[in-house]
Design a protein around this ligand. Structure first.
Ligand SMILES: [Zn+2]
Length: 70
């Protein structure tokens, strides 16, 4: 398992990796490979956090994005 520390940009993701998007309210969403194609490969992964609106509490940008890899 690679350290998620080293995965800063979308180009660092490998096949099978996905992103967990966790809102402050506890709601957890997932972004899998097909969803990731919309982002430029040089985009910093943490930089997309302000873009998310939670499906449950409707707050925007109060999320933490984590890389999940196995
Ligand atoms: Zn929420």
């Amino acid at each position: 398992m690679r350290s998620t520390y080293l995965i800063a940009r979308f180009r660092d993701l490998e096949e099978g990796d996905w992103l967990e998007v966790r809102c402050a309210c506890g709601h957890v969403g997932r972004l899998h490979q097909p969803d990731l194609a919309q982002f430029h490969y040089m985009t910093l992964i943490r930089s997309i956090e302000p873009r998310f609106r939670c499906k449950r509490c409707r707050r925007r940008g109060d999320v933490i994005v984590t890389v999940i890899n196995r």
